[in-house]
Design a protein around this ligand. Structure first.
Ligand SMILES: Nc1ncnc2c1ncn2[C@@H]1O[C@H](COP(=O)(O)OP(=O)(O)OP(=O)(O)O)[C@@H](O)[C@H]1O
Length: 276
């Protein structure tokens, strides 16, 4: 993996550009409308509007503090846990505004899984990590749990590495393996949407590459949203890219378009490294 490679090199093959405006409702996984978010009196997101395409990878990029992680956590209402947080606007998933008072947040979090920057396996065995959520859901059948654990490990290409260590502590795995395990734990619950908040920033280059390859495969089953500081990573893994600056969505388009022919000067300044 070469992070110094010019971004343009990733797009040497001309790919058809996808028009986000032309997506049909069936192609949209999440619709964000006029979304603003405040922590006390500080406005962190300003009237964000975007349609997130189904079964595609969408990256959120932008300088530190631009609101990427905050926007990502709006998709499963993780912000609600923060004191002083106020949200305006709508985030629509499956026709429901998830900020509606009637929303069942536990159900939402099953529909929208999340993986954080630092691998956070539970301090229990590899196997127990994988079946924990299923057991909470009331699944007791041993064969069903075994099958789910095996399938999730195969989905993240970890099965061969850990099949003989299923009952060892998850904390004995390497950092890259732990992050794949955490992704497996999330997908064992069969979410529709997977949120990845800088999933490789604590990992070495080889583990990063493995996770990036995995992200490419995951989109056949899930809609993936990823926050990344690394523009080369956004170029490598994502179909669509959203550039945020000071809480505003400056530009959102086909990744190819955004990195080769940005419409906004601010985007161009950012991707060419003039700031951020
Ligand atoms: N819980 C919170 N309480 C108050 N302010 C917050 C909270 N979380 C985030 N902020 C503020 O919201 C703004 C956006 O933060 P956020 O973490 O979303 O940015 P980011 O683009 O993900 O940054 P980074 O790349 O550094 O992770 C920052 O000014 C931050 O200080």
């Amino acid at each position: 993996m070469d992070n110094s490679k010019p971004l343009f090199d990733y797009f040497s093959l001309v790919q058809p550009e996808v028009d986000l405006e032309a997506l049909s409702p069936e192609q949209i996984s999440v619709e964000v409308k006029e979304l603003s978010l405040y922590f006390d009196n500080n406005q962190v997101l300003e009237r964000i509007g975007m349609s997130v395409p189904k079964h595609q990878v969408t990256s959120l990029i932008g300088p530190s503090g631009s609101g990427k992680s905050t926007l990502l956590s709006c998709f499963n209402r993780l912000n609600d846990l923060e004191p002083g947080c106020k949200v305006e606007g709508e985030v629509i998933i499956d026709g429901r505004n998830i900020y509606d008072r009637r929303e069942d947040v536990a159900r939402l979090r099953r529909q929208v899984g999340m993986v954080f920057q630092k691998p956070n396996p539970f301090p229990m065995s590899v196997y127990e990590n994988l079946v924990y959520g299923l057991k909470i859901r009331g699944i007791k059948d041993r064969r069903q749990l075994d099958n789910a654990a095996e399938k999730a490990l195969k989905d993240v290409a970890l099965w061969d590495e850990v099949k003989d260590r299923l009952f060892d502590s998850a904390l004995t795995l390497s950092g890259g393996q732990q992050q794949r395990l955490v992704i497996a734990r999330a997908i064992a619950l069969e979410p529709e949407i997977l949120l990845l908040d800088e999933p490789t920033s604590a990992l070495d280059p080889i583990s990063t590459l493995t996770i990036e390859e995995l992200i490419n495969q995951l989109k056949s089953k899930f809609t993936v949203l990823i926050v990344t500081h690394n523009m080369q990573q956004a170029a490598r893994v994502s179909d669509f890219t959203a550039f945020l600056h000071e809480g505003r969505l400056v530009e959102y388009s086909d990744t190819n378009r955004l990195f080769t022919r940005p419409r906004q000067e601010q985007t161009e300044e950012y991707i060419t490294g003039r700031y951020g």
